[in-house]
Design a protein around this ligand. Sequence first.
Ligand code: ATP
Length: 345
Amino acid sequence: MSGLNINAITKKFGSFAAVDNVQLNVPHGTFVCLLGPSGCGKTTLLRMIAGLEEPTSGAIVLDGEDITPLPTHKRNLGMVFQSLALFPHLSVGDNIAYALRIRGASQGDQKKRVDELLSLIHLPGFADRPVAKLSGGQRQRVAIARALALSPKLFLLDEPLSALDAKLREAMQVELRQLQQRLGITTIVVTHDQREAMTMADLVVVMGHGKILQAAPPIEIYRKPADAFVADFIGITNLLPAEIDGAGRTTILGTAIPGLAMPAGQTKASVSIRPEDVHLGAPGGSAITGEVSFVRDLGGTIETFVEVRGTSIIAVTTPRERHDVPVGAKVGVTLPPESCVVLGS
Ligand code: ATP
């Protein structure tokens, strides 16, 4: 099979499983983001793929070859870490050419490849600059070029953008994604930033406690989270209690939601609904009645918090669809059943 195959990988530190029987197929050319809270095992999984950590059990297969026994330098991969680890005393060109030089490439071949890579990272003519004089974003790009110098099959990055300020970081996310698409290289990035994962990934892998909780395209993770942990981790969501009432109807906070089905045999569940799917209108009819407790106007969007029986429901609207709902106003909240994801209790 072309691509990366992570086959029942486990890593134990003593009796603690940092990565617990993880199974993942990554087709060739896919951009994967490993996403999850601190300590969930992302870095340990990446380090096993890189050959920096030996799995307790399982195998890592790249393009049909079992690379588990191979040392890092024989795995044909490029790596970038948060620290970047550029050589501060070397020029940009010498940093990028480092692996080529070690492999005995001629001066001419080194220069040609360095020039190619510098144009790829939008820093043509930078070969002779000292690394110490570069900006944060420029260093980031040089670290990426250095990792790609040997045209690896697999590109691994651990929190590569976390040292950058928010604006530069967002720009670099787009740049990294565009670069990966141009090269078509299978890429795995560790991040704990869900926006970063949504921006860059073909496949988002959400981890918790050493296990994969969900692996799917970003929009699917957002729209159809597998459980409450994933729903909560991926963006703001409303997690609301649903139950079956005496008449057999599904209710949320005491109001029947026609068209919302509970899993067979279940009388209680959590329902996730994104704030942009919540509709606000006049109270009455089949809507849930609540009271506006807080309004946050962010310019492009408006978040309205509605209290219903001690629970807050957040609705996000744009200024164009704005309703006049001051704090204290009574409103009707409509939860379209097709936007509700029943998560189980
Ligand atoms: P972060 O985002 O904070 O880097 P992470 O998801 O990358 O977290 P890991 O670094 O993979 O998490 O760590 C997973 C768990 O394994 C943590 O509980 C960590 O303390 C533990 N762990 C990692 N390396 C070792 C080690 N060498 N010895 C013992 N425990 C370890």
